[in-house]
Design a binder for this molecule. Sequence first.
Ligand code: NDP
Ligand code: 2IT
Length: 451
Amino acid sequence: MAIDKATNLETFMEGVIERNPGEIEFHQAVHEVAMDIIPYIADKPIYKDLRILERMTEPDKIISFRVVWEDDNGDLRVNRGFRVQQNNAIGPYKGGIRFHPSVNQSILKFLAFEQVFKNSLTGLPMGGGKGGANFNPKGRSDREIMRFCQAFMTQLHRYIGPDLDVPAGDIGVGSREVGYLFGQYKRLVERFEGVITGKALEFGGSHIRTEATGYGTVYMMQEMLSHHGEHIEGRDCLISGAGNVAIYCAEKLIALGGKVLTLSDSGGFLLAKDGLNQAHIDWLKNGKKGPTRRIKDLAKEFGLKYNAKKKPWNVSGELIFPCATQNEIDGAEAKTLLKNGARAVAEGANMPTTPDAVKVFSEVETLLHAPAKAANAGGVAVSGFEMSQNSLRLQWSAAEVDQRLHETMKRIHDECVEHGTHRGKHVDYFSGANIAGFTKVADAMLAYGVM
Ligand code: NDP
Ligand code: 2IT
């Protein structure tokens, strides 16, 4: 079907659904943006008549490829790899790579679409993309991970480059995988160039990239609270996830005097009634160098409570940080969180709240809710700084990068306030982030004419 000039949300979404059948996560991400942008452009014919939003929902290009690799038993394994190059209006495609058995085209399209707005919010010249594979790294040996990464990059390397598309990590892809991916790229193209971020410090990585998403999410929370005359110190915090984002979110909260009561993973959640401390975080972090450490074992080691097969959303807490995966807080869980005293939510994970949960939160004006595209933008912002350092052939100090990260999160917060303040003092961080992210990309697309 040709793309119609949609004038209202319902008609617009009918078109999106028809053109992208069955891609429910993608529909959800587009709906979340369209809800704010369609009313915003209603009196701006330049965006409406030139169908900017429709154009933004069509990825520039999707690459899909077979990844064949050999496991430790000598058996051949076949996976599917993808790269979604969503939009490069304001810079090269930029966004992570996810290795998880759930990966499919819908999930990567939702992530790539979100990334366009997020990257725009950072104020850096980065377009949006996302990639990954339906590969399950759990239980795989180091050599198996290496062979998978090499096979994946052997396919992907033709489509990426420092001025074309710059991947990074995401779920299941951390510094070890980035090392293997970068090594294979370098071997294939015979050039050392800034083609991927999240590299180790020894070969072109940036200080603070590992910490950036988690720290940035906490900086966003700090800004939201201070805008309302409050702070983090002494407050009960709930975190889901126990990976890169969750660990550094917890670390920064502890440093700022927050009481971190929970972490979680796909097996259950950990409850620390007196709050986690740096020794707990260090134990988890050390695991990243060897076989990944599990929160179940952390609980055993330090005498904490582990609740199998449960999520942390029944625990009472004021500051909420979903840092695991998409759609991990549903409407009923959002209601429970509110009943138990939630004051603010900062999304470390991408699209962690279902549409029902977003609605439940949005109906309570006292609840501060920073969407992922604003709250977790610190990760890709420091990736942008890594690209700058690679181009300059320099490495900035940790203090300098952390300061730039903090300033970036403050600027993103302030833009959300500027574009999202309605009815006096209430700040709708969702519409603020969507509108601020949209305009820069839209104006660049207008400048290029019809394409
Ligand atoms: P990691 O792989 O380091 O950790 C993921 C964590 O989330 C693990 O504890 C994992 O548990 C848990 N998890 C993953 N999937 C599920 C699931 N379906 N159900 C329950 N728990 C789950 O990933 P990251 O920390 O890097 O990413 C977490 C989130 O943050 C994702 O949404 C990602 O897109 C987002 N993000 C990441 C950025 C980054 O820089 N890394 C930047 C911006 C956003 P288990 O080990 O049991 O699977
Ligand atoms: O979702 C995200 O923003 C990321 N996974 C980080 C992307 C990046 O390029 O650093």
